[in-house]
Design a binder for this molecule. Structure first.
Ligand code: S3P
Length: 449
């Protein structure tokens, strides 16, 4: 699944972008739907599953551990689960490719099963820290043999007699929270996670939908404790996955920064733990309207209409980071086209994503002739005409590739990225869908624009 043969892509000045599109299903929800389906006895059906490499890797891992997972039509998947505690030791290494969410959530599941799994991943995933998940999982009784620095490849031996713990999250991470809550499903008593800052809550919502007992309580210090009671009886579900706001983000920013654009993205999830980018873009003066707000499968969705706008700089406070953690690369692109200097504060978590995204964004902005400054964990971007350039180094990071291609659409001379193959990890239709709106995006034999 790694990028053996890089595929440079170039974006040329484009616009207007017009039309209605539907972006693929939410990645976070798709991983969780497969995992909970695999832990439920009976048939769970998922409509609108994201069929991208990250999610397919999670499906393959669950199959290797005994779940029966089949696709019957585009986006429609059936999962025959083995029940809580029913997963088996796989016969081979479990390779999660580029997917941090897949590997961390599955490590949580395995930690309370009496099985042994050797996890591995691609050149990006094997550099990412796993200690943040392994530390709490060790407290419940899992044992690990990891590569240097607690990284992949690693062997996880799940606990035979897992113990319930209460764990205060040292980082604002939904992956760590979810790993521990998933471990709690096969652990007696109550497993609790204390969150100091709210992070995406799809695990909690989906636990409720499947019938697990999950409780929230506010503590004296303002933090929230989330607890799951072990050994619930889960009921199979028919789930509908809404469109991924993190994928919609690229089309939204593209429409704002290209002249004369007016487009609608249908059925996008607007969960408050995910919509920091929309808040920022509206504060910047973006013309964004939500139509036909409704509930689908326990999540709020809307059709989002976006028109070209003159954006103004803002300051993005650090407490907003968890609700838009994957959207900073594309917010930096919006900032490059805004009037004034946008300040984004508290970006330390960007350093441990698919790439060091703070460095990758700064380097890409430099290649494209955009004034910017990194100071500690803060990034400032000064807007103005964007000359463009390339190739921008993407470091096996899908969101760096898509963000800089969006910048190319509003630049003077276009932008190229060194490799677009990783876009398939989250949004395989990106180039095609953007082209249907009027974007000039194409593979190039060489990385120069
Ligand atoms: C995710 C949580 C976030 C996010 C990732 C998906 C999830 O990671 O960046 O793309 O589905 O739980 P962290 O939990 O590390 O912040």
């Amino acid at each position: 699944m790694t990028s053996d043969c890089p595929k440079p892509i170039a974006a040329r000045p484009s616009g207007p972008l017009t039309g209605r599109i539907r972006v693929p299903g939410d990645k976070s929800i798709s991983h969780r739907a497969l995992i909970l389906g695999a832990l439920t006895i009976g048939e769970t059906t998922v409509h609108g599953l994201l069929e991208a490499e990250d999610v397919l890797a999670t499906a393959a891992a669950l199959r290797a551990m005994g779940a029966d997972i089949e696709r019957d039509a585009a986006g429609c998947w059936h999962i025959h689960g083995v029940g809580i505690g029913g997963l088996q030791t796989p016969g081979e290494n479990v390779d999660l490719g580029n997917s941090g969410t897949g590997v961390r959530l599955l490590m949580g599941v395995v930690a309370s099963h009496p099985i042994t799994v050797r996890f591995t991943g691609d050149a990006s995933l094997t550099k990412r820290p796993m200690g943040r998940v392994l530390d709490p999982l060790a407290q419940i009784g899992a044992e690990v043999e990891a590569s240097d620095g607690g990284r992949l490849p690693l062997t996880l031996r799940g606990a035979r007699d897992p113990m319930p713990v209460t764990y205060r999250l040292p980082v604002a991470s939904a992956q760590v929270k979810s790993a521990l809550l998933l471990a709690g499903l096969n652990t007696p008593g109550r497993t609790s996670v204390i969150e100091t800052k709210p992070t995406r809550d799809h695990t909690e919502r989906m636990f409720k939908a499947f019938g697990a007992e999950i409780a929230h309580s506010e503590l004296d210090d303002g933090c929230v404790e989330i607890s799951v009671t072990g050994f619930p009886v889960l009921s199979p579900q028919a789930l509908h996955v809404p469109a991924d706001p993190s994928s919609a983000a690229f089309a939204i920013v593209a429409a704002l920064i290209t002249k004369g654009s007016d487009l609608t993205i249908e059925n996008v999830m607007i969960n408050p733990t995910r919509n920091g980018l929309l808040t920022c873009l509206q504060e910047m003066g973006g013309d964004i309207a939500l139509h036909d707000e409704r509930d689908i499968g326990g999540e709020r969705v809307a059709d989002i209409q976006v028109r070209s706008s003159r954006l103004k700089a803002i300051t993005v406070p650090p407490e907003r980071a968890p609700s838009m953690i994957d959207e900073y690369p594309v917010l930096a692109v919006a900032a490059a086209c805004a009037e004034g200097t946008t300040r984004m504060q508290g970006l330390e978590e960007l350093r441990v994503k698919e790439s060091d995204r703070l460095a990758a964004v700064a380097d890409g902005l430099a290649v494209c002739g955009v004034r910017h400054r990194v100071s500690g964990d803060d990034l400032s971007v000064t807007g103005g005409p964007v000359p463009g350039g390339g190739p921008v180094a993407t470091h096996l990071d899908h969101r760096i590739a898509m963000a800089f291609l969006v910048l190319g659409l509003a630049s003077q001379n276009g932008v190229s990225v060194d490799d677009g193959t990783m876009i398939a990890t989250s949004f395989p239709e990106f180039t095609h869908l953007m082209a249907t709106l009027g974007a000039d995006l194409a593979e190039v034999p060489e990385a120069a624009p």
